[in-house]
Design a protein around this ligand. Structure first.
Ligand code: ZN
Length: 152
C-alpha cells in the first residue's frame, strides 16, 4: 500500500509542500487575537492551534501553532496565507473549494492557486484529514465556538 502522498505528487507540488513544512508561514502566537480554536487529528497525531484577529467581517491576521506531519503543517501554513485579508464568507467559500479538491469531488481546482498542490491527497483518504485539519479549525475559530475540534 502506498502511503506517501507527497512522493506521488509532481515535483513542483512536492517543492511547495516541503517548503511550507520546513518554513511555515504565519507560525506563532498572535497576541491580539480575538478568536482561536484547536484541532486534533488523532489518526495521524496532528495538532493545530489557530489564532485569528477578526476586524469586522475580515480576517485581519491569522497565525498557527502546533505540530503535525508535513501535509498538515504545510496545509496550515498555506491556509493562513490564503485567508489573510479575506472576509469570512470568502474564507468559507475557499474552504469549500479546498475540501472538494482534497476529497476529489466537484470542480475543486478552480482558482485555488498553490493550494492545488494538495489535489493528490484525494487518493489517500487518511491524508485528507491531515490536509483539511487547519481548515476545520479555522471554521471553528470563525464560528467562535472556542472548543477544540477533532477530525474523528
Ligand atoms: Zn497528518
Amino acid at each position: 500500500m502506498n502511503d506517501d502522498p507527497i512522493g506521488s505528487l509532481s515535483e513542483l507540488y512536492q517543492e511547495v509542500i516541503l517548503d511550507h513544512y520546513k518554513k511555515p508561514r504565519n507560525f506563532g502566537l498572535l497576541p491580539d487575537a480575538n478568536r482561536s480554536a484547536e484541532g486534533h487529528n488523532p489518526l495521524c497525531g496532528d495538532h493545530v492551534l489557530l489564532h485569528v484577529r477578526l476586524k469586522g467581517d475580515a480576517i485581519d491576521d491569522v497565525r498557527f501553532q502546533g505540530k503535525g506531519c508535513a501535509i498538515s503543517t504545510s496545509s496550515a501554513s498555506m491556509m493562513t496565507e490564503a485567508v489573510k485579508g479575506k472576509s469570512r464568507a470568502e474564507a468559507e467559500a475557499l474552504f469549500e473549494k479546498f475540501h472538494a479538491l482534497v476529497t476529489g469531488g466537484g470542480n475543486g481546482k478552480a482558482g485555488l492557486g498553490k493550494l492545488e498542490a494538495f489535489g493528490g491527497v484525494s487518493e489517500f483518504p487518511v491524508r485528507v484529514k491531515c490536509a483539511s485539519l487547519a481548515w476545520h479549525t479555522l471554521k471553528a475559530a470563525l464560528e467562535g465556538s472556542g472548543e477544540s475540534i477533532s477530525t474523528e
